[in-house]
Write a protein that binds this ligand. Structure first.
Ligand code: SAH
Ligand code: SF4
Ligand code: F3S
Length: 440
């Protein structure tokens, strides 16, 4: 029997790309590919790319350049670009980097096996269409192999919000929700393979409105269906938009015990002027009111968010409003970015903020976020949390897992195994993680 062909996938960007990379590996698995951890022994290299900021997109070209020598040594090596850069730049990628054999957009992954076959005849393959057929059904495979205790599951894709800075509506297309029965079937399959925690994914996951047995379902209704899946212990979802935070979802945070007390709810900025120009269609006040309601339903919930600083026409006063909002919310985690001009988006044409000023604002915001993050993590000391163990730690007999609040927790000498969930008393808080002892 001949050696199986080897596939090397490198994933950039958001969790949806992580999920997609698994699906692509499974699709090519059907053509005899097995995954390898090194590009050096690969027969096919796939970069699953992100277009969200300029740096992310440029990284792809420098990475591709590094494969030049490899391709010279191994003419049969095929190089492909998938993901949001593929969607946004299409043919341009092959023009800029002739060693690329294949370009596939996120809506065409089910066509990857035939595209791979085309490259084997020496032709180039390009597909960046938004086909009508159901990508997820076509990608469906039923691997039986065991896997780690946590998994992502895409339930909704695309976005109709058109925030003025963002490429996602262009790279992922219009918002589409998957039917509930298929999601539940996939969740059951994941649980059979050892998964105990599922994170439901969508660019606007709380806008979920997939078909159910009695008409369209909300995300909360879907969560309640997943709550019934035996062996599934934890449910998370990301990313949510403040405008789609429905009452039943807020309520579920208080009543569904499998739904973890952590919510990623990006606000982007604290100034109403900037929010309006970002086309966010919520205000700082409506966002703060919403958080009040969420905390009323689940007082210990840990909030997380995203911020952009230096958006066109942001003044120091506008930036102060962002700091004020952050001071009020106190995020357990938050991701902040300097505005990056994305060609083709409305904000790209507007007067830009001085980059040095934007850098300075980013540093000030990140200092505040880090302080809060640390305070919240430190406040866990002395508390009992539940930990799902995900891997062995660096030291003998040490295990690492995540608490319900998504803090990394180290435990030594517990005898716990990967996939176990245990009650843990937190004894100390380090730079990026907590340490605790299993309660017997
Ligand atoms: N769908 C999610 C997030 C999409 S992208 C949502 O609506 O919140 C993830 C984050 O990248 C965004 O929340 C935003 O903070 C950031 N981002 C998006 N476009 C950006 C740009 N042009 N420059 C800098 N950051 C950006
Ligand atoms: Fe981008 Fe806005 Fe859609 Fe989020 S809601 S994906 S930031 S356009
Ligand atoms: Fe990036 Fe596309 Fe995700 S642009 S953040 S990989 S949706």
């Amino acid at each position: 029997m001949s050696e199986p062909k080897k596939l090397y996938i490198k994933t950039y960007g958001c969790q949806m790309n992580v999920y997609d990379s698994e699906r692509m590996a499974e699709a090519l698995g059907g053509k005899g590919y097995v995954e390898t951890k090194s590009p050096d022994d690969a027969d096919m290299i796939l970069l699953n790319t992100c277009h969200i900021r300029e740096k992310a997109a440029e990284k792809v070209y420098s990475e591709l350049g590094r494969f030049k020598g490899l391709k010279a040594e191994k003419p049969d090596l095929k190089i492909g670009v998938a993901g949001c850069v593929a969607q946004a730049e299409g043919q341009e990628i092959m023009r800029r980097q002739p060693l690329v054999d294949l370009v596939v957009g996120p809506q065409s992954y089910h066509r990857l096996p035939e595209m791979e076959a085309k490259t084997r005849t020496g032709e180039k393959a390009l597909d960046t269409e938004f086909p009508e057929e159901d990508k997820f059904e076509k990608l469906k495979s039923r691997p039986k192999a065991k896997r780690g205790p946590t998994a992502f599951l895409t339930v909704q894709e695309g976005c109709d919000k058109f925030c003025a800075f963002c490429v996602v509506p262009y790279t992922r297309g219009a918002e589409v929700s998957r039917p509930a029965d298929r999601i539940i079937r996939e969740a059951n399959e994941l649980v059979e393979r050892g998964v105990r925690e599922i994170t439901l994914l969508g660019q606007n996951v709380n806008a979920y409105h997939g078909a159910g047995p009695k008409g369209d379902m909300t995300l909360a209704q879907l969560i309640w269906e997943l709550d019934k899946v035996d062996g599934l212990e934890r449910i998370r979802f990301t990313t949510s938009h403040p405008n789609d935070m429905m009452d039943d979802l807020i309520e579920a945070h208080g009543t569904c015990s499998k739904l973890m007390p952590y919510l990623h709810l990006p606000v982007q900025a604290g100034s109403d002027k900037i929010l309006k120009r970002m086309n966010r269609s919520h205000t700082a006040e409506s966002y703060l009111k919403l958080i009040e309601r969420i905390r009323a339903a689940r007082p210990d919930i840990v909030m997380s968010g995203d911020f952009i600083v230096g958006f066109p026409e942001e003044t120091e006063e506008d930036f102060q409003a962002t700091l004020d909002l952050v001071e009020q919310v106190k995020y357990g985690y938050a991701y902040s970015f300097k505005y990056s001009t994305r060609p083709g988006t409305p904000a790209a044409e507007r007067p830009q903020v001085d980059p040095a000023e934007a850098d300075d604002r980013l540093q000030r915001l990140q200092a505040m976020i880090t302080r809060h993050q640390r305070e919240i993590q430190d406040s866990m000391v002395g508390r009992e949390v539940s930990v799902l163990f995900e891997k062995a730690g660096r030291f003998d007999d040490q295990m690492v897992g995540k608490s319900e609040y998504l803090h990394a927790v180290h435990v030594t000498g517990s005898g716990a195994e990967i996939g176990d969930i245990a009650r843990v008393k937190i004894v100390s808080s380090g730079a990026n993680s907590l340490a605790g002892e299993v309660i017997r």
